[in-house]
Design a protein around this ligand. Structure first.
Ligand SMILES: Cc1cc2nc3c(=O)[nH]c(=O)nc-3n(C[C@H](O)[C@H](O)[C@H](O)COP(=O)(O)OP(=O)(O)OC[C@H]3O[C@@H](n4cnc5c(N)ncnc54)[C@H](O)[C@@H]3O)c2cc1C
Length: 468
């Protein structure tokens, strides 16, 4: 029997909506031959591209080359929800619990970072539908409301919540009309929504105009310290670089010591066909805010520039051994569950069809934020760990990576968040078993009004977690 979710999904294209466009630029040529550069960047997502753009801005005389194993933005950077958040700490709650002393600084730096992204987009005319429409976290259960009020109180007490506004059910529904909303917490300036593929392609153009050489289809297979330079080996050439940024996100790091700190977690997204004027009128949403719900397992959703509804999240799937093969980009059970949740939230949209569905791998670490790993006498800096909130934070992370490689002592490199690393995950099979137990415990907490069991409380105490 086909239910409403199955019917809506029938005929959906299994490709990321953002990448399914004729605007995709021609592929850059793969590396051919040996060369020397001042800076080599491995990875052509947001982190690598921001590192390229910032390096070219800050040191125009130095030579920079970016190497991408496949196509620019094919991975997380072209598959995400397009929420460009000012938060560098994976949200205020995580920041409050981990870096209460420096949270005010991190929040200020995060806002400056988002402002800088907005300025780059405007200055270079990057076509990525950047709109600073803010974000609302909605409560769909009574305990969510209590948690949002407590977060608001704690943020105010820590001096970082002045931009936050608590909304009651009527106020939220006035903005976006779902019968499930009981209240919400709005940050009207802390998030921009954008078309991530547009930003990827725009940043690549900016970097190339400033002299950066970009090669796609060029996988770096090995990295060797030669003393004054790092040798990067590919199947079509060798690069000798004075400095290297590794921006490989959820993929196995070329630095083996980084691998225990990151696990690939699959997150899934649906996009509907463009909503009709009647459907839009039925759900309101004139302000086009980004929305997410407040549970531990949460959905994130938004409208696209052409009036579709993007709906993702909730299930965060880890496969034994960290499976990253493309077969994991589709998961029928998760897609059906997401579609069911979408229609439960917006029953007014019954009958809307899903045009695109896809999944992507997130680089989850146990503290949910970027971390930096130096190697080879600080000639190499690897940065990853965003855990599903890297669209905005990747610019900050790239800036810090360049400062670390330059041995610069700055307010950013002095941050505890930058100086310390997260706790590692245990090896398999304990990794898979621990993550499974954590996922089940999180689902259980959501079902028990947020009450965390002994396992989750122990992890909280150790400063370890699992999220998307
Ligand atoms: C489904 C989904 C939804 C998300 N939604 C949001 C959101 O709404 N907001 C948000 O802030 N974040 C979101 N994220 C997370 C965000 O997309 C990422 O944090 C961000 O894109 C990370 O960028 P990156 O450049 O570090 O990694 P990636 O974009 O993954 O790029 C890494 C690149 O490195 C390349 N590479 C790896 N190894 C090598 C090698 N040896 N040689 C050469 N190249 C190599 C890969 O091919 C890849 O292109 C989401 C992620 C997913 C998957």
């Amino acid at each position: 029997m086909i239910d409403a979710a199955g019917e809506a999904l029938a005929g959906a294209r299994g490709v990321p909506f953002w990448l399914d466009t004729e605007l995709r630029p021609d592929r850059r040529e793969r590396l051919d031959g040996d060369t020397q550069v001042d800076l080599a960047i491995v990875g052509g997502g947001f982190t690598g591209l921001w590192a390229a753009v910032l390096a070219a801005e800050q040191y125009p005389a130095r030579t920079t080359m970016l190497l991408e194993a496949a196509d620019l933005g094919w991975a997380a950077s072209g598959r995400n929800g397009g929420f460009c958040s000012s938060s560098l700490t994976h949200g205020l709650g995580n920041g409050l619990s981990r870096w209460p002393e420096e949270l005010a600084t991190l929040e200020r730096m995060g806002r400056e970072n988002l402002d800088a992204i907005e300025q780059t987009v405007a200055a270079h005319g990057i076509d990525c539908s950047f709109t600073r429409s803010g974000e609302i976290t909605v409560a769909v259960a009574e305990w969510h409301l209590a948690e949002l009020r407590e977060l608001h109180r704690q943020a105010r007490a820590a001096g970082v919540g002045e931009q936050l506004e608590l909304l009651d059910a009527g106020q939220v529904r006035e903005l976006v009309n779902s019968p499930s909303y009981l209240g919400g917490l709005r940050d009207a300036r802390g998030t921009a929504l954008l078309d991530p593929a547009g930003l990827v392609w725009g940043l690549a153009e900016v970097a190339e105009r400033s002299g950066v050489r970009i090669h796609e289809q060029t996988r770096v297979q090995a990295l060797v310290d030669e003393g004054d330079r790092i040798r990067l080996e590919t199947s079509t050439g060798v690069i000798r670089a004075r400095r290297v940024v590794l921006a490989t996100n959820a993929f196995p790091s070329l630095l083996h010591r980084v691998r225990p700190y990151v696990v690939p977690v699959w997150d899934h997204v649906l996009v509907t066909e463009p909503l009709t004027a009647e459907q839009r009128a039925a759900i309101g949403w004139a302000g086009c805010e980004g929305l997410s719900d407040a549970g531990n397992q949460f959905h994130y959703y938004r409208l696209t520039a052409d009036g579709r509804l993007l709906w993702g999240g909730y299930d965060a799937l880890y496969y034994f051994g960290g499976d990253l093969t493309s077969k994991r980009a589709r998961n029928e059970a998760t897609e059906r569950m997401l579609a069911t949740h979408l229609f439960e939230t917006f029953p007014q949209l019954a009958g809307v069809r899903i045009s695109h569905t896809w999944g992507g791998a997130i680089d989850t670490c146990t503290r949910f934020t970027a971390f930096w790993q130096r190697a080879c006498d600080t000639k190499v800096c690897a940065v990853q760990g965003y855990t599903g909130l890297g669209v905005g934070a990747s610019r900050f992370a790239a800036e810090v990576a360049l400062e670390i490689l330059d041995h610069r002592d700055t307010p950013r490199t002095r941050l505890e968040m930058v100086r310390r690393r997260p706790l590692p995950f245990p090896p398999e099979p304990f990794r898979w078993a621990g993550i499974e137990l954590t996922r089940r415990s999180i689902a259980g907490a959501d079902a028990r009004h947020g009450r965390r069991n002994l396992w989750l409380r122990t992890l909280d105490h150790l400063g370890m977690g699992f999220d998307s």
